[in-house]
Design a protein around this ligand. Structure first.
Ligand code: AMP
Ligand code: MG
Length: 307
């Protein structure tokens, strides 16, 4: 459990340019003062993240977001419907924004999210400024959904880890860009379903293949083991990640009852656990593509991509 003292300690470290791992409802975040370019540079270095991959700035609410971005009425409707929650909005950055340009990788746009997790909200309020935070994993590796997942090579570079148990959702936020004409594009499928977003925006345009949201890089979220997708059964040298059926001996199931929410929450922890068995390949059962299944399949495809 996280108490008031932990939150104050974390806020003090952020003010001093430190790096703090904190829980959100999606995955654990590696946070720093978004307005402090030295802290942002330190964060990129700790994560081993290419500098062209911009960070999400976390804010408590849409009023705070408006200070940093020009939100089209459609974007505002999205924040009203889904904030706080697992939706990241990409919008035109205000010239007056205090957020370090390095955090936006020099782009004219900025990514903003208001997390709903009580500890994240408490930290944002105690700190009083935006917190830049990517997922708390080494670049290209599986996101952390438990404090224990924070990699041994990342821990020494971090000043504090706020541990509040497993991430309730377990999958990153959905990223939607809304431009100045109100056109909405899906930059990354995620914890908020496309259907929910489209109820407000109408059909989402798809992003082109340029690395606009580098979470879109082909080989991302990669375990060490090879992945074979849409596998109805494991081959002899594979461990099996089931869905809609119980785990096989030596394997795991994302959800025995075929529940996509449960599967999202288990995805990264199970990939890690199967990876840790030293198996050279993980065979993954077919996962339906609707609802949260879109984001789950997206992450699995990236994890399976050649690297
Ligand atoms: P992560 O924090 O690890 O979940 O990754 C953050 C994601 O947000 C990455 O895929 C970034 O490319 C994306 N992102 C952040 N800022 C922007 C931006 N201004 N335009 C497009 N994508 C962005
Ligand atoms: Mg990430």
């Amino acid at each position: 459990m996280i108490d008031r003292g932990d939150i104050e300690r974390a806020a003090t470290l952020l003010r001093a340019g430190g790096l703090v791992v904190f829980p959100t409802e999606t995955v654990y975040g590696l946070g720093c003062d978004a307005a402090n370019p030295q802290a942002v540079a330190r964060l990129y270095a700790a994560k081993g993240r290419p500098n062209f991959n911009p960070l999400i700035a976390h804010v408590p609410d849409s009023a705070a977001a408006e200070q940093h971005a020009e939100l089209h009425p459609i974007a505002r409707e999205l924040t009203e419907a889904f904030w706080p929650g697992p939706l990241t909005l990409v919008a035109k950055r205000r010239a007056s924004s205090t957020i370090a340009e390095l955090a936006c990788a020099g782009l004219a746009t900025i990514a903003l999210r208001a997390p709903s997790h009580p500890a994240a909200q408490a930290l944002l309020n105690a700190f009083g400024r935006p917190i830049a935070a990517p997922s708390a994993n080494v670049s290209g590796r599986v996101s952390a959904t438990k404090a224990e997942h924070i990699a041994a090579d990342l821990r020494p570079l971090v000043d504090l880890v706020l541990d509040d148990g497993p991430s309730p959702i377990g999958l990153e936020s959905t990223i939607v860009a809304v431009d100045s004409e109100g056109r909405a594009r899906l930059l990354r499928p995620g914890a908020l379903t496309r259907e929910s977003v489209e109820a407000i925006t109408g059909p989402l345009l798809m992003t082109n293949d340029s690395i606009e949201a580098p979470g879109m890089m082909a080989s991302h979220y990669a375990p060490k083991a090879r992945l074979r997708l849409d596998a109805d059964a494991p081959r002899t040298d594979e461990v099996y990640l089931a869905f809609g059926s119980p785990a096989r001996p030596g394997g795991l199931t994302l959800s025995a009852r075929g529940d996509l929410t449960e599967a999202a929450a288990n995805l990264y922890a199970h990939l890690r656990a199967l990876d840790a068995t030293g198996a050279h390949a993980i065979a993954v059962a077919p996962i339906p593509r609707q609802g949260l299944g879109e984001a789950i399949n997206d992450r699995l495809q990236r994890a399976a991509a050649p690297r």
